[in-house]
Ligand binder design. Structure first.
Ligand SMILES: C[S@@+](CC[C@H](N)C(=O)[O-])C[C@H]1O[C@@H](n2cnc3c(N)ncnc32)[C@H](O)[C@@H]1O
Length: 242
């Protein structure tokens, strides 16, 4: 099936299944992605009971990782969001079936506990996977990143990620003009941050309503202009933006 493609400034967005589209993408500088974790609950999220495509399949992230190895340039980094339930098998899969090397985990501390019992969740995990020997640019990047969750409404994505968190990852692993890929872009938070920071962006989303929302958000970010004139992003400016 031919995927719908939208080009907004230096962002290229595909509406379709990333497992079909990724084999056509090559040499991106970094991947920052928040796949459906595969919790498979069959229950919607939050107040508005929203279901996420692909959340019934914990192997979806594994299949994507295998393809992402080939999309990534040598000495590039993948930041892969996951949670405590899935990190072990994702790491085992990556070690056994890809040539990605596990570097470490970064914890996203959501600043407050969420609904639950016994051990109420307050964090998510970001796996840092490497192809070759990537360069990390920020000297002040902690392995715990603290950003409050984005409250979702009837019209937004239930898993929208904080822009400050995404900007920090982008600043740590890329320079202005480089390309960031998010194959599970949802409402496009990675793309919004990339556009605001003068990076090129490739995003893929299966669900049409979230694809359309990502297009609108990235277009708005693009209209704000290139903050950094296409040059190297000064770290001071990145800090002010976070
Ligand atoms: C956890 S959400 C990402 C949310 C995003 N970080 C944001 O800030 O809005 C994962 C997204 O992956 C999408 N998805 C599921 N399966 C997919 C596939 N095979 N190809 C592309 N996107 C897919 C879902 O529709 C969902 O929007």
């Amino acid at each position: 099936m031919k995927a719908r493609k939208e080009v907004i400034g230096s962002c290229t967005l595909y509406h379709g299944d990333c497992l079909d589209i990724l084999p056509r993408i090559e040499s991106v500088d970094s991947v920052i992605t928040d796949p459906p974790y595969g919790d498979g609950t069959g229950v919607g999220y939050g107040l508005y009971d929203k279901e996420i495509a692909g959340n019934d399949d914990p192997l979806l992230n594994c299949h994507a990782l295998r393809l992402l190895y080939h999309c990534l340039r040598k000495n590039g980094t993948i930041y892969n969001f996951t949670n405590w339930k899935h990190q072990d098998f994702l790491r085992s899969y990556a070690a056994r079936y890809t040539r990605l090397n596990f570097k470490r985990t970064v914890i996203w501390d959501k600043k407050g506990m969420k609904l639950g019992s016994d051990f109420r969740p307050q964090h998510e995990i970001i796996l840092v996977l490497e192809k070759g020997k990537p360069v990390y640019r920020r000297k002040d990047f902690a392995d715990v990143q603290t950003f409050a969750t984005v409250q979702h409404t009837a019209d937004t994505h239930p898993h929208e990620k904080p822009l400050g968190l995404m900007k920090g990852l982008i600043a740590h692993s890329s320079q202005a003009g480089e390309t960031i890929l998010d194959p599970f872009m949802g409402s496009g938070s990675t793309g919004v941050a990339a556009a605001m920071m003068g990076r090129k962006f490739i995003g893929i989303e299966l669900d049409e309503k979230y694809f359309d929302l990502a297009c609108r958000r990235i277009e708005a970010a693009h209209k704000q202009g290139d903050f950094f004139g296409g040059n190297e992003t000064p770290l001071e400016q990145v800090k002010m933006e976070l």
